[in-house]
Design a protein around this ligand. Structure first.
Ligand code: ZN
Length: 373
């Protein structure tokens, strides 16, 4: 081969080596490419052995050309190998850096019960101490249990007070927990002492103080000689336990078809101490729950003789109570999945009153007429 041809061929090999070196992505591929070019049977390796075939007077030049090409290709591959080594050690140190035993662990968000659940448990504890059972009933109710048996016949205007989700199967989503009063009377008969915490539904336009899904806690006590005095005593105890202080209460006449007489129970405003503030609409009182003596018709529907037994019932708005207790001003927070609402009760192991712990998430304030009356 002429010297000139050899030089051309070497240039080609160098060019090929360069493009191959640029393509390889890992050390093993580089080793193979290197063998194909520099190995004994490689393109350049084979040429290295041809030096003896040249005439002595050009051997010097041939040797120089071969050595130069060999060196240049070798350097190219060395650089390439270095690049891989650097990459690998960077990856190693990154791996090593991922575990630093001196760093604190990842902080877990503490789990917490929903404010409504927290209040529900608290109320259950209070009533269980008084010998009440905790009952449950279906969310999907019949018209009979939700209305008829509670002294609200189809023609009764009180049905208009409760906007109802009617279902395709002629049932409805219960508008209150009161249907379980009847179910419990049927199941156990008198005497009865029970509470019924649970979810209720109303076809409401949602705003800061109205939700289509909320929680109530029904209470029912039936025995011989139960009077309003028992009702007042139990309500006062309940509120004292929930708010951890003595609260003043008052009863106002209120109309609910399933009680007679019926009352609205108010509690002195804990935020202003009765002086009047925005929360209590300057009245010093906060409407807490409707209650009353169980209507004789309701007792009859439950299979109980109203001439022998009397009882009281109340409907506590659990959602409302949780809002008051934890200072949540917007009911939409309750079903929103906003984690701040869940973190909140953790701070409330101690004394618990609103006012000092405002959690205003949507910036709105309740108008005071929460649902679930
Ligand atoms: Zn007030």
């Amino acid at each position: 081969m002429e010297l000139e041809d050899l030089k051309k061929q070497l240039a080609e090999i160098e060019h090929q080596a360069k493009s191959l070196a640029a393509e390889v992505t890992h050390a093993e591929a580089l080793r193979q490419v290197k063998a194909r070019i520099l190995g004994k049977k490689g393109t350049l390796g084979k040429l290295m052995g041809t030096i003896r075939d040249y005439a002595p007077e050009v051997r010097g030049q041939v040797g120089q050309a071969l050595n130069a090409a060999n060196k240049s290709v070798g350097r190219l591959f060395d650089e390439c190998a270095n690049r891989f080594r650097e990459k690998e050690s960077a990856a190693d140190s990154a791996r090593a850096g991922a575990f630093d035993p001196t760093l604190p662990g990842d902080r877990e968000m503490p789990g917490n019960v929903h404010p409504v659940t927290a209040v529900q448990w608290e109320i259950e504890r209070v009533f269980e101490r008084l010998g009440f059972t905790v009952e449950a009933g279906p969310d999907m109710e019949t018209e009979h249990y939700n209305f008829e048996a509670l002294n609200i016949p189809a023609t009764h205007p009180a049905r208009d007070m409760q906007d109802t989700f009617w279902l395709a199967n002629d049932r409805l989503l219960r508008t209150h927990t009161s249907p379980v009063q009847i179910r419990t009377m049927e199941k156990f008969g008198p005497p009865i002492r029970c509470i019924v915490p649970g979810r209720c539904f109303r076809y409401e336009t949602i705003d800061a103080s109205h939700e289509n899904t909320f929680h109530q806690c029904e209470g029912l006590m039936i025995d011989k000689d139960i009077s309003i005095a028992n009702l007042i005593a139990v309500m006062r105890l309940l509120l004292r336990e929930v708010f951890q202080r003595d609260v003043k209460i008052r009863l106002r006449p209120g109309y609910f078809p399933f009680v007679e007489p019926g009352f609205e129970l108010d509690m002195s405003c804990l935020i202003c101490g009765g002086d009047g503030c925005a929360t209590c609409k300057r009245s010093g009182w906060i409407e807490i729950l409707p209650c009353g003596m169980v209507h004789p018709n309701v007792l009859r529907f439950g299979g109980i003789d109203p001439h022998v037994f009397t009882g009281f019932a109340f409907g506590l708005g659990l959602t409302r109570l949780a809002m008051m207790k934890y200072g949540i001003h917007d009911i939409r927070v309750m079903n929103s999945g906003d984690l701040r609402a869940l973190v909140h009760p953790a701070r409330l192991a101690g004394p618990t009153i609103t006012g000092t712990l405002p959690l205003v998430i949507h910036g709105a304030e309740t108008s005071g007429d929460a649902p679930g009356g």
